[in-house]
Design a protein around this ligand. Sequence first.
Ligand code: FAD
Length: 474
Amino acid sequence: MRVAIAGAGLAGLSCAKYLAQAGHIPLVYEARDVLGGKVAAWKDEDGDWYETGLHIFFGAYPNMLQLFHELGIEDRLQWKSHSMIFNQPEEPGTYSRFDFPDLPAPLNGVAAILSNNDMLTWPEKVSFGLGLVPAMLRGQPYVEDCDQQSWTEWLRAHNIPERVNDEVFIAMSKALNFIGPNEISSTVLLTALNRFLQEKNGSKMAFLDGAPPERLCEPIVEYIRSCGGEVYLESPLREINLKPDGSVDSFTIGGKKGGELKNIKADAYVSALPVDLFKLLVPNEWKEMEIFKKLKGLIGVPVINIHLWFDRKLTDIDHLLFSRSPLLSVYADMSITCKEYEDPDKSMLELVFAPAKDWISRSDDDIIKATMGELEKLFPMHFLGENQAKLRKYKVVKTPRSVYKAVPGCQQLRPSQRTPISNFFLTGDYTMQRYLASMEGAVLSGKLCSVAIDKSKDSIFQNNSEVETSGAEL
Ligand SMILES: Cc1cc2nc3c(=O)[nH]c(=O)nc-3n(C[C@H](O)[C@H](O)[C@H](O)COP(=O)(O)OP(=O)(O)OC[C@H]3O[C@@H](n4cnc5c(N)ncnc54)[C@H](O)[C@@H]3O)c2cc1C
């Protein structure tokens, strides 16, 4: 089958890869001139990379790791020590660590939590541990049921002190969905904790060894092309054209920079667009269908990714750091953590600025000034007193609508990859799969979408030929 896919983020590329593997011909149309969507990156005038987001790969990403394995690029993942490292706001310039020993899960997680005495007291650890028991015993169905509560409500319902939020979970929920624990659905935190505690290497983290478009997306495109598929850049989907029976007749593609519009015909069609942009293209005839109506409740959350190049090394930590700053989420010194960005003498900090709703429309200068204020607290030895570190240059990348905001009640709004339209499918991190809005979720959704298309091939052919026959009779 020829399958037209709009969007070359990880979901669209994964869908195309697995369709190609199953013997189909995927044709991917990407609006921008760069692959990767939310993992897109660019080079500045000095040849330095800057990215849409600081991206971490986890041990609990089986589909992503399988994809690296299938592409023969596993050596591009730079695994770090099995730890989680938090800044300590009350003791500027110091860190608190959760180190996972080499024990089976969940013992390694329990040992990591019990051996950290900087952040939680013993009674807090015990009440939190007891609260997690139902999630660990009853698994995903319990976790899904908790989608009606925010994380703060869930903690209260389990008599877990508010301080646990302040110490650990403000940082975790900002890292997972760029919002705070009062807003985030408890399903998100419980899903992450379940994966981290139940899989020995679940919370182990890796950085890619370079920029995602080149180091991850390009090999997927090469695979797609080697199987006869194609990926076209600067080819936005403009309209989904329907047949009289409501199924898809063609995609109107193109028209960028005065280019021509083309009608692309295929056997099946896929949207791999972010949910906010897909909603704008849903044909009027589909708008009242439950699956598309529900998408109204899925809305991208703003986030800002900041790159700061300094004249010296600020840290020697080869890992992701949880800033625990009110304005910032996680950060890393990419000159240490990522091979291609390596610099032995100078730091390049990549920081996620979140929650960003009050900052997304502010100027880059304002955002950098606020970030530097936070860095004074994280690195007082470099930013206070004499001989301060100098900022050589910066880049700010704003994403006003990033992953969908995972507030309570969203789980039941997420669509399946199969839709009621016989030849139209959805993929994207927001579609239903067990890994929330993440790179793993995007790759898994693409795989599930390819399976749904492959399974539907007989009915797609039958439907297409019936419509053609009735068209001929008319
Ligand atoms: C700052 C930040 C940090 C993150 N950190 C992590 C992390 O550490 N770990 C993790 O697992 N996840 C992280 N994520 C989330 C992860 O990046 C996303 O979940 C994932 O990349 C989404 O992939 P997707 O294919 O579903 O969507 P997208 O990447 O949004 O892809 C959609 C594609 O569709 C294209 N498109 C849009 N309109 C059209 C059109 N009309 N026609 C054709 N194409 C179109 C877009 O250009 C894009 O390429 C982070 C995200 C951000 C923003």
